[in-house]
Design a protein around this ligand. Sequence first.
Ligand code: C2E
Ligand code: CA
Ligand code: CA
Length: 409
Amino acid sequence: MMRGANRSGLGLQYIFVGLTRLGATVAMGSVLVGLGVAWLASYIAGGSHTALPHLFYVPIVLAAVRFSWAGAVGSAVGAGVLAGPLLPADVAAGSDQPLGGWLLRLVIFVGIGLFVAWLARDSSESIPRAFQDAVLSGRLLQGIERGEVHVVYQPIVDMKTGRITAVEALARWTQPRHGEVSPGEFIPVAERTGAVAALDRFVLKEAVNQVQCWSTPSAPLKVSVNVSATRFAQDDLVENVEAALTRSGLPGGQLQLEITESALIHDVSSAAAQIARVRALGVRVAVDDFGAGHASLSYLDSFAIDTVKIDRSLTSRVVAEPRTARLVSGIIHLFASIDLEVVGEGIETAEDYVHMQSLGCLLGQGFYIGRPVPAEEMADKVLQSAERASSTRSQVETCSGHTAPTRSS
Ligand code: C2E
Ligand code: CA
Ligand code: CA
């Protein structure tokens, strides 16, 4: 599906990702090109025929990009000393070097260094790191095209009945050479480079198709899809969601977008507007990892959300820490009182399950309930959970092959 029409799009995106995220490298490259041009111009104008003075700028530029202001000043002074008192003659003219000329050169070195540090001021990344990010995200974009990325599903259950009411779609990437790459590794890189937009689009499309296949009118299943904080504000999100729903036929009410608090608090007014647009499609919005970050309650007023997912950093402590248990109980009841659905994440043991249930948590997710599994395995679980009739079985089994990862040979 990603082949053909999207191939050139992904290729361009790869180049774009590389260029936009290599701010420091681009700044450094521009300065080096500028120096080359400056030397050529002075050569043509009959000035110095040696490029040596200009080579002094290379370490200054590198240090300014890598170590900012301090690096710029340190390397400029170092180069200034080297090009002055330590050399018997003016590096450009080959004649004796007057003190004034040497000082002027030192000032120019420092000025250029500070200018480059200013150009690269917004780049928090080191150059090697920016390169590594660009390479990994380029591979990820190719991996999406080549069928190396697939979606696994983790059940979310009604804690009273144990019945699967929803599944969370999670991305998995298996590189042909290096095997499985952890989401903890590739998701942050994809977020830094912008490649997460393509990943989220892919997962959304796969997940809604799959869940539409598993759902029956008598047992509608919901699917939760993660949307990166960096992606949530983007204009095409609503368009993509609408297109995925239309293509799959899944009703909007069966799709839930999970966003983290950081997506909400970054720009409150545009997040509120985006939530309104998403909910106008009937799509639900969940706040993910509640309790892991700021856990601010103030946004409950500002945002029309449907669900809050309590982070496992809280859930994992309810058994051992009575105070945390009381806190979680309070959170659950507070949210329930304003008609928000609450999901307890990270339920890893039977004890966690029983405790969360006793605290009033109605929906749960975690390794004890079920680990994320490929579509084929989840089809069986959905089937068993709903105890469907044999006619439904054949429908689900047909669907289970639908999104089996299409790997390149
Ligand atoms: P998340 O959205 O909080 O997803 C739940 C993560 O917790 C998953 O890790 C899941 O495997 C793990 N988990 C579930 N139950 C338990 C449990 O009982 N104990 C423990 N220790 N862990 C549990 P995973 O799949 O490694 O994903 C990590 C994060 O990567 C996700 O955290 C989500 O933020 C991000 N992610 C995964 N897929 C996507 C995607 O398609 N798009 C975006 N934007 N982010 C994704
Ligand atoms: Ca999530
Ligand atoms: Ca979560």
